[in-house]
Design a protein around this ligand. Structure first.
Ligand code: XMP
Ligand code: MG
Length: 179
């Protein structure tokens, strides 16, 4: 572990095992129907790649990039689309693939936005969720791990664009973000 990291919260083995379980549940739910996986850039890249490979369902993938207005690490709930989907999702079974649900504001906005495009179904799979940080209630079908309300990095998640390539989820040492 580098000096910048405080602890490993979820190991690579735990992530692999949990994604295997989620994939089995997702396959069972869609029962052979084609699923359009929508990944939210950039954080969901790792979970998208590993979940997609664990699924047996026929899938296609598309990507969206969004950003919250305002500076800082807090989500404002006002979201701007930086990159929209390439595909029309009307009539499709859409599964949003996320790295983490914090306040839930980003995802809440995304659900309304994508829901208005008339998909056949719209569900969410998020690797991580911070129950103590929730500001809005969201119906999340599949969650990998509920975690404490701490800033985490790795497995797609960044601090100032770093640490996304760590194969595990960890917490940062306080000196890194200046406390
Ligand atoms: P909200 O609050 O809208 O935020 O649910 C979701 C987005 O905020 C980012 N986020 C984090 N990124 N470590 C990170 O690297 C964290 O602990 C963390 N919490 C929230 C992330 O982009 C997520 O999609
Ligand atoms: Mg994200």
């Amino acid at each position: 572990m580098g000096a910048d990291l405080e602890s490993v919260l979820i190991t690579r083995e735990q992530i692999d095992a949990r994604l295997g379980e989620l994939a089995a549940e997702i396959d069972a739910r869609y029962a052979g129907q084609e699923v359009l996986l929508v990944g939210v850039l950039k954080g969901a890249v790792m979970v998208m790649a590993d979940l997609a490979r664990a699924l047996s369902s026929p899938v296609t993938m598309d990507w969206m990039a969004v950003s919250s207005y305002g500076a800082g690490t807090q989500s404002s709930g006002v979201v701007r689309i930086l990159k929209d989907l390439d595909e029309d999702i009307a009539g499709r079974h859409v599964l949003i693939v996320e790295d983490i649900i914090d306040s839930g504001l980003t995802l809440s906005w995304l659900l309304t936005n994508l829901g208005s495009r008339e998909p056949a179904s719209l569900r969410i799979c998020s690797l991580l969720r911070k129950p103590d940080a929730a500001k809005v209630d969201i119906d999340v079908e599949w969650v990998g791990f509920d975690i404490p309300n701490e800033f985490v990095v790795g497995y797609g998640l960044d601090y100032a664009e770093k640490y996304r390539n760590l194969p595990f989820v960890g917490t940062l040492a306080p000196h890194v973000y200046g406390e």
